[in-house]
Design a protein. Sequence first.
Length: 196
Amino acid sequence: MRKTALERKTAETDIRLTLALEGEGRTQIQTGVGFLDHMLNLWASHAGFNLELTCQGDTAVDDHHSVEDIGIALGDAFRKALGDARGIRRYGSILLPMDEALVLAAVDISGRGFLRYGLSIPAQKVGAFDTELTEEFFQAFSRSAAITVHLRQLDGTNSHHIIEAAFKGFGRALAMACAADPGQADRIPSTKGVLL
């Protein structure tokens, strides 16, 4: 089973998590950032990952450090859980609708951390959540996981729906990319012979 547990402690955050890539989408999440808890629950549920995550962060300052550091920790956990990525499909993509919002999410488990972020979120806040932190999360995850991520908004006017479509789509695309490729169980999907 592809599973990892890690702790990440800095002067700004204290994060503990367990991530299992073969799961049922079960979650226990307490980050101190309510909207992010909601998005990570959706992400794990749509990916079929089991996720336990706690974060104690300096949210009295703002949510930036918590959101970014959670992205770093989750990306690191994902990379470690994959191991050498032998036998995976490597690529995954989906067009995900959420009411009026439509977001393309595409990933390449490539060993190269890169984000192409194409969301245009109209509101500066969803509840207490700074919507600009959405990009910070995906940037941190993609770099730490060493994967290429493309998020492209094709439609949408409701900020909550746009962000939700991105997290759900990211989960679905990751699930496709890290799924077993039939007949390729012993093969690393790269002509270089190495991914992560």
